[in-house]
Design a binder for this molecule. Structure first.
Ligand SMILES: [Zn+2]
Ligand SMILES: [Zn+2]
Length: 186
């Protein structure tokens, strides 16, 4: 959802808190598409003066994902917080700050430059997804000790042993067997 900031920035020292739904139904990340099952952002905005808006957001997103080991579908929930300063005076390339002379605050603001459209609308979906992109785990698992799928027959080993030799801890590749033998000799 997009939030119109013009009312907020029209008056100095104004605050606005809102609970904003995430409209997007799919989160695209590294060529994967994850359906968004639930998403909302608690947004706290403070316009002190001069079209500079302090933003704090508590982001809640649930994504439909799959266990990286056994491919079982699961819902992963993310609760993320972000705080940054949106400077609505410099949201164009011409007004971009000199990179040799940026403060930490400026860097934070620039990181969220894509979330503000036409110096006026805050794109809450973009804010949430940018933050989520920085926090996506390398992989998710259905449980910590997920046994995964048998590489030979593809059975989900959480449901029981399949009886394939590889899953009994014996290497099937003869070269690996030789290496295993070498270790036994030591
Ligand atoms: Zn699993
Ligand atoms: Zn098997």
């Amino acid at each position: 959802m997009q939030i119109d900031l013009s009312e907020l920035t029209a008056v100095n020292d104004t605050r606005k808190e809102s609970d904003v739904p995430i409209d997007a139904t799919v989160f695209s990340f590294q060529k994967e598409e994850y359906p968004v099952k639930d998403g909302s952002v608690i947004l706290r905005l403070h316009h002190s003066s001069d079209r500079k808006v302090e933003l704090e957001a508590d982001i809640h997103i649930a994504l439909a994902m799959a266990c990286a080991r056994c491919a079982t579908p699961l819902t992963e929930t993310f609760d993320l917080s972000v705080a940054c300063l949106l400077d609505l005076n410099k949201k164009t390339v011409e007004n971009a700050p000199d990179p040799m002379n940026v403060s930490k605050e400026d860097e934070d603001a620039d990181a969220y430059v894509n979330c503000v459209i036409n110096n006026r609308f805050l794109d809450v979906d973009a804010l949430a997804f940018d933050t989520l992109s920085l926090n996506m785990p390398f992989a998710v698992n259905c449980k910590e000790d997920c046994k995964g799928l048998c590489p030979v027959c593809g059975k989900n080993l959480n449901e029981g042993d399949c009886g394939c030799p590889a899953t009994a801890g014996e290497p099937t590749d003869p070269r690996m067997a030789r290496i295993a033998d070498l270790f036994k000799e030591v």
